[in-house]
Write a protein that binds this ligand. Structure first.
Ligand SMILES: [Zn+2]
Length: 89
């Protein structure tokens, strides 16, 4: 691995360590990756101890209203720009 790739990897969260971390549920003997199941067994809801799962910030936030506010602001800005361009001589 090159030095540049190592340095880039430090800033880009690949989550590879968590991705490969698999846990076997003692109740139903099911192997699962806590990263993709919100930290609990998908079959019975068993929460493995010692495995800390925190969803990334972007996944925890409901982006509906922020995106609506952004689209409203963009629409108002576009309207203002059109009015200004129309009145410009
Ligand atoms: Zn289970």
């Amino acid at each position: 691995m090159t030095v540049i790739a190592q340095r880039v990897r430090r800033f880009v969260p690949t989550g590879r360590r968590q991705e490969t971390a698999r846990v076997v549920c003692p109740v139903d003997n099911w192997s699962f990756a806590p990263k993709f199941t919100n930290g609990v067994c998908p079959l019975c809801g068993y929460k493995p101890e010692g495995v800390e799962f925190h969803a990334p910030f972007a996944a925890r936030v409901d982006w509906f209203w922020p995106s609506m506010a952004f689209m409203l602001a963009a629409s108002i800005a576009m309207g203002v720009l059109v009015i200004l361009a129309y009145g410009h001589k």
